[in-house]
Ligand binder design. Structure first.
Ligand code: SF4
Length: 128
């Protein structure tokens, strides 16, 4: 068994989670699954703590916490990432709705939210 370290990892508030499942696809590493109608981090070693899933949650159930966990395991995540790339759901820009098949998307954090912005809208976001 791997020893634990103190690191960032996704936290799911079970009270706030409505089981919609929107967070499952954005997690490229497959760390989140729906179990008994609630999202759960099923294997700590698959969550890199990047928080790309946070922006899709409609209820604010997803946050990042710092706690003891096994380190992120690239080798364990790689085959899952490859599999999910074959069945992915494109994310969309929060400003214009363009999806990632039509413009590169970048993650942004603002006012406690994680969102995706396309490279066409990014200059406006930077310069106003
Ligand atoms: S997106 Fe939010 S509400 Fe929906 S399943 Fe995930 S944690 Fe639950």
């Amino acid at each position: 068994m791997s020893s634990t370290i103190t690191r960032q990892i996704v936290r799911i508030d079970e009270e706030l989670c409505n089981g919609c499942g929107l967070c499952v696809s954005p997690c490229a590493e497959g760390a989140i699954e729906l179990i008994d109608g609630k999202a759960r981090v099923v294997r700590d070693e698959l969550c890199d703590g990047a928080g790309f899933c946070l922006g899709v949650c409609p209820t604010g159930a997803l946050t990042i916490e710092v706690r003891e966990a096994v380190p992120f395991d690239h080798a364990a995540a790689e085959p899952i990432i490859a599999e999910k790339q074959r069945t992915y759901i494109p994310q969309v820009c929060f400003r214009c709705g363009t999806d990632e098949d039509h413009a590169p998307l970048l993650p942004v954090r603002q006012q406690g939210r994680s969102e995706w912005v396309c490279t066409r809208c990014l200059p406006t976001l930077i310069h106003g």
